[in-house]
Design a binder for this molecule. Structure first.
Ligand code: ADP
Ligand code: 5GP
Length: 197
C-alpha cells in the first residue's frame, strides 16, 4: 500500500541556516556588499547595530546604525539589550537582541555584519550560526580601499589596519571565506549561503 501515513512521518530536519554573520577587516567592503545585497533582495533582514561612533557623512540614525552616546550604550549593556557587543578601534558596537530573536523565532533569515570579537561571541551563544569571512584580494588592496574611502583620519586608519592584521589571522575560525573581488559576485554567493536564492 502506498505510504499515506502523513501524520507519522518525521519532518525532514530544517537545515536552512537561520543566522549568518558577516565579518572581515575594516575596509574590505562589508557595507558595500550588504548594501548591494539589500538592493537586489530588499526582503533580506539586516540587524542594525548600536554604536558610539560618530556618523560618517551620509549615514543616518536607524539606517546604518543607531548612533548613541556612551551613557546610552552603558544602559543597553546594563539592561541586557545587546546580544553581543565589542569595542573596535576606539568605539563600541552592539547588536540589539530583541529584533534579532524576533526574526529568528519567525523563521526568517538574519544577517549580522559585525567584527571578529562579535562573531566569536555569537558562535559561543548560538553555535548553529553560520560565520562568513569577507577577505580582501590582497593586503595592498585592503589598504587602498580603507584609505580611498576617505572617511577616517590617518591615525584611525592605522588603528583599523592593526585590527585588520588580527582579523585576517582568524580567517580559519570561519565556516566560509568569500574574497571580495567583485561586489556582485560576493553578494550572490552570500545570498546562496543564506539560502535566500
Ligand atoms: P567595510 O564596510 O568592510 O569597512 P566598505 O564597504 O566601506 O568597507 O568599503 C571600503 C571601500 O572599498 C569603499 O570605498 C568601497 O567603495 C570600496 N569597495 C568595496 N568593495 C569593493 C570591490 N569589490 N572592489 C573595489 N572597491 C571596493
Ligand atoms: P565601522 O565603524 O567601519 O562601521 O565598523 C567597524 C567594525 O565594527 C566593523 O568590523 C563592523 O563589522 C563592526 N560592527 C558593526 N556593528 C557591530 C556590532 O553590533 N557588534 C560588533 N561586535 N561589531 C560590529
Amino acid at each position: 500500500m502506498a505510504a499515506t501515513s502523513r501524520g507519522s512521518a518525521p519532518e525532514p530536519p530544517d537545515v536552512r541556516p537561520r543566522l549568518t554573520v558577516l565579518s572581515g577587516p575594516s575596509g574590505v567592503g562589508k557595507s558595500t556588499v550588504v548594501a548591494h545585497l539589500r538592493k537586489v533582495h530588499p526582503e533580506v533582514w539586516l540587524s542594525v547595530s548600536a554604536t558610539t561612533r560618530k556618523p560618517r557623512p551620509g549615514e543616518r540614525d536607524g539606517v546604518q546604525y543607531y548612533f548613541v552616546s556612551d551613557e546610552e550604550f552603558d544602559k543597553l549593556i546594563a539592561n541586557g539589550e545587546l546580544l553581543e557587543w565589542a569595542e573596535f578601534a576606539g568605539n563600541r558596537y552592539g547588536t540589539p537582541r530583541h529584533a534579532v530573536l524576533e526574526r529568528l523565532e519567525a523563521g526568517e533569515p538574519v544577517l549580522l555584519e559585525i567584527d571578529l570579537q562579535g562573531a566569536r561571541l555569537v558562535r559561543e551563544s548560538m553555535p548553529e550560526a553560520q560565520l562568513v569571512f569577507l577577505a580582501p584580494p590582497s593586503w595592498d588592496e585592503l589598504v587602498r580601499r580603507l584609505t580611498g574611502r576617505g572617511t577616517e583620519p590617518p591615525e584611525v586608519i592605522e588603528r583599523r589596519l592593526e585590527a585588520a592584521k588580527i582579523e585576517l589571522a582568524a580567517e580559519a575560525e570561519f565556516d566560509t571565506t568569500l574574497v571580495n573581488t567583485s561586489v556582485e559576485d560576493v553578494a550572490r554567493e552570500l545570498l546562496a549561503l543564506m539560502q535566500v536564492v
